[in-house]
Design a protein around this ligand. Structure first.
Ligand code: SIN
Ligand code: FE
Length: 285
């Protein structure tokens, strides 16, 4: 079973414990740690804020630009402020939980996810209702971990429902090992502007794992999993590059992504990079 450490508040866990649980493939769950909306923000919690093309509103920390919405003027500024506030809140959450990560964490996009998961019809590759580990096609992580902080801001009492795989990353990767090719042919993608930075052999293997899992109908049916419910007002933290997850239902989550160099981990040998290097018998960076 996936390890879920339920916590009552940010001071509820001893130094080092949170990082250990996360690195072992566990989730930290705060059933009552809401992302509080400010007066005037309730109107932003609405799928109608999305531009036709996007499934998320996203804030790029490098530019401060907010994409994915059809908002303008004051409402755009309000959206931008709300997402930026969640981003700062996620920083506080990790500063309290994993202080040792502080100097290592690299902040990436913040997202607001106002679309309903269960009504989306998507190709298997894009369908996050299928169990998967996260891997970024256009933004290579080059061995760094993907750490995410989520909050459910649903105003209608609806929980966000996930399934989490009971198998750890190592067993999962072993299962699909026969399908993996450790190739690093990413230079041309970078030159053509298809990726931001070089797609390394590690990125390539992680994308192959993501796709192999999502396209394997039999495995999708059989893989042992645990259903988790994240009620409105809850927050949770997880390494989504190693924990098998599927988002089954829900609407109106906020999410902050960080990249974490494995040198900052308590136990780098538990990283997908090191596990995959052991499994494939070759360096992947
Ligand atoms: C995912 O990373 O698969 C989606 C998570 C979510 O939006 O709840
Ligand atoms: Fe995912």
């Amino acid at each position: 079973m996936a390890e879920v450490l339920e916590l009552t508040g940010l001071g509820d866990v001893g130094a080092g414990t949170a990082a250990e649980v996360l690195e072992r493939g566990g989730l930290l769950l705060f059933p009552k740690l809401p992302f509080a909306l400010e007066p005037g923000e309730a109107g932003l919690i609405d799928a109608a804020v999305l531009s036709g093309k996007s499934k998320n509103i996203s804030l790029d920390p490098a530019t401060g630009a907010v994409g994915g919405s059809n908002l303008e003027g004051e409402r755009l500024a309000a959206m931008s402020a709300m997402v930026a506030r969640f981003s700062a809140r996620a920083d506080e959450i990790l500063a309290a939980l994993t202080p040792g990560y502080g100097p290592h964490l690299q902040k990436r996009r913040t997202s607001f996810r106002p679309g309903a998961i269960e009504t989306r019809a998507l190709s298997p590759r894009k369908d996050d209702k299928r169990l998967h580990v996260d891997a970024f096609p256009a933004n290579p992580v080059q061995g760094r971990r993907i750490l995410r902080v989520f909050a459910n801001a649903n105003p209608h009492g609806e929980a966000r429902l996930w399934n989490v795989g009971d198998e750890g990353f190592e067993l999962f990767a072993e299962r699909f090992r026969g399908k993996l090719k450790a190739r690093a042919a990413g230079a041309w993608r970078e030159r053509l502007g298809l990726t931001k930075g070089r797609r390394t052999a590690y990125d390539s293997v992680m994308l192959q794992l993501h796709d192999a899992a999502k396209f394997d109908d039999a495995w999708q049916k059989e893989a042992p999993r645990t259903a988790l419910s994240f009620p409105p007002g809850s927050s949770w933290v997880v390494y989504t590059d190693s924990v098998l997850h599927a988002a089954m239902a829900g609407q109106h989550a906020l999410e902050q992504t960080y990249l974490m160099p494995i040198a900052g981990m308590t136990e780098a040998r538990r990283s997908p990079l090191r596990i995959l290097e052991r499994l494939t018998g070759r360096p992947l960076l």
